[in-house]
Design a protein around this ligand. Structure first.
Ligand code: 6PG
Length: 502
């Protein structure tokens, strides 16, 4: 019998998505340029298959793949973003793909490439996109999916996507764990909801990753200050994180940080002490930061997280500078002081996390306006509650904030977050001051605080800035004491310094 879905790209993510689809009763025709990966996927499926019938069929060409599928064909791509996506699309055209066939790009493509691709291929096939979050375990047992593109294609994809996605317990808002091959979760809110037209889904996934960078960096800064400022061991830090993971900071990223910190080499050396401190990045965090500048949406917590990765990559330069540049002399803290500081650090992390999400959601809102997308932010927060890398209990109050007000401009204006920030800002401020005096870099925690203080400033020094601009470039300014929109200019260099109305 013919297969339901064609699958191209059997790397770690692809293979796990294939097995997840197979668990949910779909028959898959699988292809990869590497025959070894095809064989590997078939082998693993044999091991995990709990049914009597074959679930995954290997193909050795694009033509064979199409011939194995029911028409109109539904093909899922899991290939690296960029050129490889176009290479596969062109190969499918060469193999005779039809205009009503659907190709779903599940990679982290740049959203603008997706918009352009949908247009370019529209007479040859329907390009749909659906970024996947959750890493390999998510792909295998339930990722968060951010589908976007043709609404017609979505009607076909929806039942499949809802079946394979992560599920949330509607009563608690918490993920329903699925860890066994073949295990199917009945009920639960699926972490797959239609996002919008072409590009919208990839944009939302890009911002997810920007927030992911910020979340990771905030945790790393906390680790850094506990390790170097307070001299705690990796196990002690893991204990602290574990404790924090019981409260509002409860998140997947905090959970995996505990595991990384506990991992030992030969039962004694913490592995993390041996990992080279140079961070990699594949681009999505950087794209978010770039987009925030283009859209004009301040996102310093996210951008700082990207900078932190960049500065980490200059290892040799840092080592040289560390011999040259001085910092404060280290003070030893009493156990009591350490404890009090750790509590304030917790609040600082929480507030910085609020900033990262406030920035990410505002960015999506402004981008949606610019591109004419209608995004449902409550629904986006909901699908991030499980399956994805930033999953956290924290997504529940964000969901509720957007349910209270779907037009909410920034989380800083929501009653719950106002209350939280007011409650914890003093501790956050003190923690950042203490970390600064310790001489430990904490760009995400401190730039978040500066974002917070800017946001709550009715008056900023942009008045002087406008004066400077007018001085050297006659850029003009508005006045508080005159009608809105009227522009003024000063003849700064002339004797009389006359003010002119423009
Ligand atoms: C996810 C992840 C995933 C991947 C990113 C980030 O949501 O499952 O974000 O897409 O880990 O590509 O990778 P970098 O840290 O290498 O940029």
């Amino acid at each position: 019998a013919l297969c339901d879905i064609g699958f191209i790209g059997l790397g770690v993510m692809g293979k796990n998505l294939v097995l997840n689809l197979a668990d949910n009763g779909y028959k898959i025709a699988a292809f990869d340029l590497s025959q070894e990966k095809v064989n590997d996927a078939i082998e693993q499926d044999k091991e995990e298959n709990k049914t009597d019938s074959q679930r995954v069929y290997g193909c050795s060409s694009y033509t064979e793949l199409l011939s194995q599928l029911k028409a109109p064909h539904l093909i899922v791509l899991s290939v690296p973003a960029g050129e490889p996506v176009d290479q596969v699309c062109e190969s499918l055209i060469g193999a005779g793909i039809q205009p009503d066939d659907i190709v779903i790009d599940t990679g982290n493509s740049l959203w603008a490439d997706t918009v352009e691709r949908e247009e370019r291929y529209k007479n040859q096939f329907i390009l749909f996109s659906s970024a996947v979050s959750g890493g390999e375990v998510g792909a295998r047992f339930g990722p968060a999916l951010m589908p976007s593109g043709s609404p017609y294609a979505w009607t076909r994809i929806k039942p499949i996507w809802e079946a394979i996605s992560a599920k949330v317990d509607p009563k608690t808002g918490k993920p329903i764990e699925r860890v066994e091959p073949g295990q199917i979760i009945e009920g639960g809110d699926p972490c797959a909801a239609y996002i919008g037209p072409a590009g919208a889904g990839h944009y939302v996934k890009m911002v997810h990753n920007g927030i992911e960078y910020a979340d990771m960096q905030i945790i790393c800064e906390a680790y850094h200050v506990l390790r170097n400022g307070l001299g705690m061991s990796c196990d002690e830090i893991a204990d602290t994180f574990e404790q924090w993971n019981q409260g509002p900071l409860d998140s997947y990223l905090m959970e995996i940080s505990v595991e990384v910190l506990r991992h030992k080499i030969e039962e004694e050396t913490p592995l993390v002490d041996l990992i080279l401190d140079k961070a990699g990045q594949k681009g999505t965090g950087l794209w978010t930061a770039v987009s925030s500048l283009e859209v004009g949406c301040p996102a310093p917590t996210i951008s700082q997280a990207v900078y932190a990765r960049s500065i980490s990559s200059f290892k040799d330069m840092r080592v040289t500078a560390s011999e040259l540049l001085q910092g404060p002399t280290q003070k030893t803290l009493s156990d009591e002081d350490k404890q009090a500081f750790t509590m304030r650090l917790h609040d600082a992390i929480y507030c910085a996390k609020i900033c990262a999400y406030a920035q990410g959601f505002q960015l999506m809102k402004l981008a949606a306006k610019e591109h004419n997308w209608t995004l449902d932010f409550a629904s986006i927060a909901k699908i991030w509650r499980a399956g994805c890398i930033i999953r956290a209990v924290f997504l529940q109050p964000i969901t509720e904030a957007f349910e209270r007000n779907e037009e909410l401009e920034n989380l800083f204006l929501d009653e719950f977050f106002v209350e939280q920030l007011n409650k914890y800002q003093a501790n956050w401020r003190q923690a950042v001051a203490e970390i600064t005096l310790m001489g430990i870099p904490a760009g995400a925690l401190s730039s978040s605080l500066s974002y917070y203080d800017s946001m709550r400033s009715a008056v900023l020094p942009a008045n002087l800035l406008q004066g400077q601009r007018d001085f050297f470039g006659a850029h003009t300014f508005e006045r508080l004491d005159k009608a809105v929109g009227k522009r003024y200019h000063v003849e700064w260099s002339s004797q009389e310094r006359a003010i002119q109305k423009i």
